[in-house]
Design a protein around this ligand. Structure first.
Ligand SMILES: NC(=O)c1ccc[n+]([C@@H]2O[C@H](COP(=O)([O-])OP(=O)(O)OC[C@H]3O[C@@H](n4cnc5c(N)ncnc54)[C@H](O)[C@@H]3O)[C@@H](O)[C@H]2O)c1
Length: 417
């Protein structure tokens, strides 16, 4: 397969590599590539000024062999079916790698949520959720937050679904507020997982996490808390960015102060006192020990991979490294801790949330964090061991494990009819 740079191309190249390594036949490879269901819905929205705006929404259930579909919902202007298919495929391998009983899904609406009022966002979310009612449910497909969505979005989806089914259904979404069946520890879970994966990779190479410098692209739900946790653990977070640009201080930033700055109403990290401004592309090429892309996919490509100076990339985002960039990074000796491992903490605690919802019995934050650490450390150890045994990159090993488990589930279940 030729190397491409779209998210779907990248996902297909990664699957093809794993399929080759596992010796899967062409039929199984096709079965694993094709999304099980792809739905495109029209999302008509009455704006506050009375105008009608018709948006396009998607939900892709990539694979259901290991359990109900699981994956986030994204509100972003560049969301399209190609992107959602890729993100859904990565969810399938991620859930399998993390050892949790889910298939993979993803959804989204092509929209800039910041251009909508709170009321418009609520009406849009509820209409989209209503279109998905026949598809989603605690035993069928369980959405969660992603780029441009949050706890409140999940509460609206849960409420809309519950209104349609006639009873309160906590387990239909995860990443909910605590007041409606959310889990302690979910908000920080992806970022904690990023930290756990990063520290495991550093320690394995004899590096002390407290000695490393880090640059983080994306200062949203994943990036901001990753900055916070890494800073608290002693790392020097020298640069962070958002869609408007980045800030840099070689002596280290104070993520707590930056988060407070945004909470007080600033709409970007750019201009934060005591920092220099830098662009997103400059951030990706900084001379740091660890780079954490935590924004969108495809930011490291064949064009800029050669200029990456970080020794390690820990993928907080899904698909930030295009397939064509992977061999360039490997050649340079850059260790890539891949998305399906590094950001698997989010879906791990989503799984815990769903388990708690189904049992209507809730855990403490310490219990959640302890079990998250167990799952992350187990997945990291399995990937690292296979990579060492077979001379694979961490990404290839992670895919071999994830894809292999899904293929095994298909073989065990057999084909209907
Ligand atoms: N939220 C989760 O639990 C979770 C779990 C696993 C993986 N992820 C992945 O992590 C990534 C970030 O998700 P999030 O939930 O933090 O989203 P978010 O919407 O909370 O934050 C996204 C951040 O990226 C920035 N951004 C957007 N477009 C950008 C661009 N073109 N260049 C630079 N920065 C840009 C935004 O300004 C914001 O700071 C995504 O790839 C998502 O799929 C999220």
């Amino acid at each position: 397969m030729s190397l491409g740079s779209s998210p779907w191309d990248t996902a297909c190249v990664q699957l093809a590599d794993a399929a080759r390594h596992l010796g899967l036949d062409e039929g199984m490879h096709d079965l694993l590539r094709m999304p099980r269901r792809s739905v495109t819905v029209s999302v008509p929205l009455r704006r506050d000024d009375g105008q009608l705006l018709v948006l396009t929404g998607y939900r892709v259930q990539h694979n259901l062999a290991r359990g109900p579909a699981k994956g986030g919902i994204r509100f972003h202007p560049s969301t399209d079916l190609d992107e959602v298919k890729a993100l859904a495929m990565w969810m399938t391998w991620k859930c399998a790698l993390m050892g949790i009983p889910y298939g993979g899904a993803k959804g989204g609406i092509a929209v800039e949520p910041k251009m909508l009022s709170d009321q418009e966002r609520e009406r849009m979310t509820r209409r989209y959720a209503a279109e998905l009612v026949p598809l989603i449910g605690p035993e069928k497909d369980i959405p969660a937050p992603d780029v441009g969505t949050d706890e409140q979005t999940m509460a609206w989806i849960m409420d809309t679904y519950s209104a349609h089914t006639g009873h309160t259904s906590h387990g239909v979404v995860t990443g909910k507020p605590l007041s409606v069946g959310g889990s302690a520890g979910r908000a920080g879970a992806t970022s904690r997982g990023v930290q756990l994966a990063m520290f495991a990779a550093l320690r394995e190479r004899g590096l002390d996490p407290a000695d490393v410098s880090v640059a983080i692209q994306g200062f949203g739900k994943v990036g901001a808390l990753a900055a916070q946790y890494l800073h608290d653990a002693g790392c020097r977070v020298v640069a962070v960015s958002d869609v408007k640009g980045g800030v840099y201080n070689p002596r280290g930033l104070n993520p707590t102060a930056l988060i407070r700055h945004l909470a007080r109403g600033a709409d970007t990290v750019v201009g934060f006192p005591g920092t220099d401004t830098l662009s997103n592309s400059e951030l990706l090429e900084l001379d740091v020990d660890v780079l954490v892309p935590a924004a969108l996919e495809g930011v490291i490509t064949a064009e800029n991979a050669g200029r990456v100076r970080a020794r390690m990339i820990v993928e907080g985002a899904n698909g930030p490294v295009a397939a064509e960039a992977d061999p360039i990074l490997a050649e340079k000796g850059v260790v890539v801790v891949p998305d399906i491992l590094a950001n698997g903490g989010g879906v791990a605690v989503s799984y815990f949330e769903w388990v708690q919802d189904l049992q209507a019995y809730f855990w403490t934050e310490d219990q959640v964090n302890e079990r998250l650490a167990e799952l992350m450390e187990r997945a990291y150890a399995q990937v690292s061991r296979l990579a060492a045994e077979r001379g694979l990159t961490l990404r290839a090993a992670a895919h071999v494990i994830g894809v292999g488990r899904v293929a095994e589930a298909h073989r065990t279940r057999g084909l209907y009819p």
